[in-house]
Ligand binder design. Sequence first.
Ligand code: DTR
Ligand code: ZN
Ligand code: ZN
Length: 591
Amino acid sequence: MQHYNKTLLAGLISTTLLSGCWWDNPEKVATHVSKKIDREEVVSHLVELEGLASVTTDGQSTTRSAGSQGYQNSLEYILTVMQDNGYMVTTQAFDFRAWEELAGTELSVNSVALIGVREAQEGVEPDFATMSYSGSSNGVLNGTLSFITPDFRFDAADYDSTDGCEASDFTGKDVAGKIAVIQRGGCTFDSKVVNAQNAGAIAVIVFNQGNSEGRKSVVNGTLGSDSSATIPAFGARFDLGKAWFDLAGSQTVEATLTVSVQDEIVVTENVIAETPTGDASQVVMIGAHLDSVPEGPGINDNGSGTAGLLAYAVTLADSKIPVKNKIRFAWWAAEEAGLVGSEYYTNSLFSEIYAKAQQQILEELGLTDPAALTPEQWDLVEARYKELNDIKLYLNFDMIGSPNYILGVMDGDLSDTKDSPDNAYTGDFEPPYGTSDIELNFNKFFASKQLSTVPQALSKRSDYAGFADWGVAFGGLFTGAEKTKTADEVALFGGDIDVAYDVCYHQACDDLNNVSQEALHINTQALAYVTTYYAMSETLFPAQEPASAEVTTFSSLSAPKEKLRIGERLKAADSVSDHDHFHGDFDQDLQ
Ligand code: DTR
Ligand code: ZN
Ligand code: ZN
């Protein structure tokens, strides 16, 4: 009697399947792999990540933020798991400005101690906040308040809303050695602070503008990572600024402040891994940021996406399915500092491909000067760029296990969220071809499980932005951050109405207790389904309508106006240190 061992049998079966049609049905393979995603296994990666976090400089919590030991530990863990599972793994190093406010910030005016945003108890309105990228006070700093040119006559025809925006606003003012107090409005906080610093101010407080209801509470702003400010910079409530100004009419007003920040250029690394096989000219790319904020270990944000990618990679490797297209995995560094890692990757790679496309077309046309290209010729450049670009789609997974979750699918084609206040793609952005199909496939998966989804506006708050900007079809999942759950969403997903999707968003408590394992599991299955579907597809997206086929090329970038944008992107990419050109801190205003 013939005797088969298990491996032989499996070999025979897969040979039969290979010659049959099973592998050729992307949906079937996708369903098969997604069913194999095991909840306990996904969670096991989260448990590892929590254990790898390191203690923060101020000893208040643990972290996996870019530049920390916790990040390096997380990176080593990914390298080990991916290498052990047969993937080809590399890292990509870059440097960025890591700024962090340490514990102990204080501000008092005329001996009244004010309440900082970080200390404020629930229900108590904070008075002031440290601006991101502020300098340190280097101990306790005392100074007299010096007002620049505030204006409170909001209805007056000659109302001036640009306090401190011009260097000349400071001439003739007694600012040297004083604490400049400046009203919000008209320009970035950075301009105001740098102007004050140049005029000799020792610190700056920007108080809210007060000209509308939305401009009264504390200013929680950022100077941006390109700021040259070295003095302490705070934001404050409008009525405090007004009260100090009124008081200063009759007496000197003194302030005492302390702020201590850690601010250094650090080197960190993205992790890139790919399947050893599969068509390298049709790369299916998926990514999650690996770093957390300094304040906590980042288990939902973004241990969840990190674990989802890992669990999928291991499941796929175990399944021994020969992928048609190469799958590339990315674990991004320094997302929390402004999408720094993913934009370093997209800007360096895509600007090079774009330059190559431009060079080829110029040569083919016998031209040398890109400035001489007509709009039609630019269309050729962009069609060539798309051909040369092997990355055919990018899927993003950032916060996929929020405790009070919704099942959010990125509305890449803007079909439901064009008018949302969160939509950052206003103007003439046209979603890259394939983006709608990606959203459709995510929704198809959830529908097959009788689950609803909520379209998510493109806020540019995560790593898909660099891909979208460079014309790559994109999509992703998101279960919600600091915003609160609506009645409609409770009807769809259960959970708590008017409570944040993630109550521990960007806080020390973003730990293992802050994850919905159910959401994480289903989203990892969705990730597995959609990624496998595209990895097994010969043609990635359904053919385009003939009417628009001419602009297949790069419809999003082919309009003459958009030409300029690509030029700008190239410029931005030339100086990659300019990485967060497009992004400040997400929660924070720049002006
Ligand atoms: N970028 C996340 C939070 C976030 C906010 N909106 C979205 C939309 C899609 C993905 C993520 C997010 C963070 O890291 O804080
Ligand atoms: Zn975050
Ligand atoms: Zn995140």
